[in-house]
Design a protein around this ligand. Structure first.
Ligand code: 0PR
Length: 381
């Protein structure tokens, strides 16, 4: 704390000077991020409800109900009318919660989490926190998990299998149907990380595009991560953890007796929790509706198709795999990806770099004229 008080004007001036170096989604250089400019209506609803705390359910009974309704709405999108769960801080917390649930179900006896090699690093965090290990399964040449290899790694210690629906690096979708069969047959917890794909994949079939199965319609799926703060266009922080049953959703709950609402059970990692984020999600889901989201996904996928064609026209450049979601992986026949990323970043382009490729995410804030400028920069490398 400073000794000297500053006027609000002075504080704002200092903030302005410090924050002016941040990039903005409303600018033109963020082409590799999985977040976007939150929808203005979600921003407004968030700002109006900042005092709400879903971690104190007795005080905010309406907010708790709204959170559960938001969960149900996402559940319906994922082929389940009665999903349970919570709006959490993001995909990381959702994935950790799912792994914690799986560990509790095994009564702590099983400690191995089988994940595709492209799974998000939050599973490594979860494993470290829970005293577990991750067994990483290589991908096929189509950048999805090799199910044959995965099957061979299942042992009596297998605590959970993870499938990814919209991978961080390329937006690909693992063969979840096959994973579901395995999980069902062997009675193993299957968690699907659809943090990114959860708001994209449900809309693809209505756009006439291939739409891989990944959700609760597959009987082996126990839980799903789906993030409103990615393609759901809601505010940060808004992740989603959805479970097939109420019992699963309560597995890691801790009973709390002293709060004003009487005995309650808190099902997330954090205690005090943003009710405003849940309200913003609920409000946006109702405001946009399925048709609103469909329109957003159509635009993003159309732009992705256009971008794919344009990249392939550039000498030496190609996409590493045809996009399933609005994520494109760029490679060059000779230039290593880190060298390309270095040059682009030196010109201010915020691109993501993976071992094999550069990742471009065609989020709603990315427009054709940004991409034209980006393609020009790529061509000049
Ligand atoms: N699961 C998947 C498939 C993800 O891609 C991510 C994050 C997570 C889980 C974790 O989600 P949280 O970051 O909400 O905890 N994927 C983004 C990525 O690594 C995170 C991100 C988002 C990074 C926006 C940068 C950024 O500007 O690309």
């Amino acid at each position: 704390m400073e000794d000297k008080k500053l006027s609000s004007w002075e504080v704002r001036w200092r903030l302005y000077k410090k924050l002016k170096h941040d990039l903005s989604f409303t600018g033109d250089k963020i082409v590799g991020s999985m977040c976007t400019y939150p929808h203005p209506f979600a921003q407004r609803m968030y700002a109006e409800h900042l005092q709400k705390n879903v971690g104190d359910p007795g005080l905010f009974t309406g907010t708790v109900q709204i959170e559960q309704e938001a969960v149900r709405i996402m559940g319906r999108m994922l082929s389940h009318l009665h999903a349970h769960g919570a709006i959490v801080t993001g995909g990381t917390e959702a994935n950790i919660l799912a792994m914690w649930t799986a560990k509790e179900i095994s009564r702590g006896k099983k400690t191995e989490i089988i994940v595709p090699e492209h799974a998000h690093f939050s599973f490594d965090k979860a494993a470290r926190m829970l005293g577990c290990t991750t067994i990483k399964i290589p991908c096929t040449d189509r950048f999805v998990v090799d199910v044959k290899k995965l099957r061979k790694k299942i042992t009596g210690k297998t605590m959970a299998i993870v499938g990814v629906a919209g991978s961080t690096a390329l937006g690909t979708v693992d063969p979840i149907e096959e994973l579901s069969d395995i999980a069902h047959e062997k009675d193993i917890y299957l968690h699907i990380d659809a943090a990114f794909g959860g708001f994209v994949l449900p809309f693809l079939s209505s756009l006439g595009r291939p739409s891989p199965s990944f959700d609760f319609s597959l009987p082996g799926v126990s839980s799903i991560t789906i993030d409103p703060h990615k393609m759901g266009m809601s505010v940060i922080p808004a992740g989603g953890i959805l479970y097939r049953t109420k019992e699963l959703a309560r597995t890691v709950s801790v009973p709390v007796t002293y709060l004003a609402g009487g005995e309650t059970a808190l099902p997330t990692i954090v205690g005090t929790r943003s009710g405003a984020a849940a309200i913003a999600c609920w409000a946006l889901f109702h405001h946009l509706g399925l048709t609103g989201y469909q329109k957003i996904i159509r635009k993003a996928m159309d732009l992705t198709d256009w971008f794919a064609v344009e990249v392939n026209k550039l000498p030496g450049f190609t996409l590493i795999t045809p996009p399933v979601c609005n994520v494109a992986g760029i490679v060059h026949e000779r230039l290593p990806a880190p060298d390309i990323a270095k040059k682009l970043r030196s010109q201010g382009w915020a691109v993501s770099l993976f071992n094999t490729h550069l990742r471009i995410v065609l989020m709603p804030h990315v427009k054709k004229h940004h991409l034209k400028a980006f393609l020009k920069a790529l061509k000049n490398i």
